[in-house]
Design a protein around this ligand. Structure first.
Ligand code: 2AM
Length: 177
């Protein structure tokens, strides 16, 4: 079984800008390595090799348009104690992509988390409280691909390994927000 999820995986320059933004958010938690930064689209959990193959095939048949995310907001959830960056405005194209990938996962027989989708990029864990102190430049992230990632627990900690990537189709300017 592999622990997998679909995600947006930033390119190097976006990753650097995200790292700079994350440094502007004060906390006493455990920072996430910038090399691990990602935005989960659909969390799949532990799945078999056959399921992975099915998803690889299914995802290659999807066609969704690219979009830009503006990560302009820092926040904290007390339950899982994670600190994150998120977009105030959720592009309709992101929602459509997540719905398409969720349908694909359902068709492969994967039972998904039923909680509403809340796009966020975790920048620190084990954060006991957050004063809201954040001074950073919003990061515009042009999402031109999506990835299937595998989460691997190593002695040195968790790392995410991209298993495959698919392009999002470049289209004219969005008509929706
Ligand atoms: P998080 O950053 O808020 O922890 C890999 O674990 C990725 O999948 C993380 O981005 C994690 O979100 C997300 N995720 C979503 N649902 C999850 C779940 N039920 N268990 C673990 N991770 C989950």
């Amino acid at each position: 079984m592999s622990r997998c999820f679909f995600a947006l995986w930033p390119d190097d320059s976006t990753r650097e800008r995200l790292a700079a933004a994350a440094r502007g958010v004060s906390h006493h938690g455990r920072p996430v390595e910038p090399g691990n930064f990602h935005l989960t689209l659909v969390f799949l959990g532990g799945i078999s090799k056959e399921r992975v193959q099915e998803l690889l095939q299914g995802a290659s048949e999807l066609h969704y348009p690219s979009f830009t995310l503006n990560l302009d907001r820092a926040g904290w959830w007390g339950g899982p104690r994670v600190l994150w960056l998120a977009p105030t405005l959720i592009p309709d194209r992101l929602t459509r992509l997540v719905n398409g990938l969720s349908d694909l996962a359902h068709r492969a027989g994967i039972v998904l988390d039923e909680r509403p989708y809340n796009p966020h990029l975790t920048i620190a864990r084990k954060v006991r409280d957050f004063t809201g102190s954040a001074e950073f430049e919003a990061v515009k992230w042009r999402a031109g691909k999506f990835h299937l990632l595998e989460s691997k627990s190593l002695k040195s900690g968790v790392v995410y390994e991209p298993l495959a990537a698919w392009p999002l189709i470049a289209e004219g300017p969005p008509t929706e927000r």
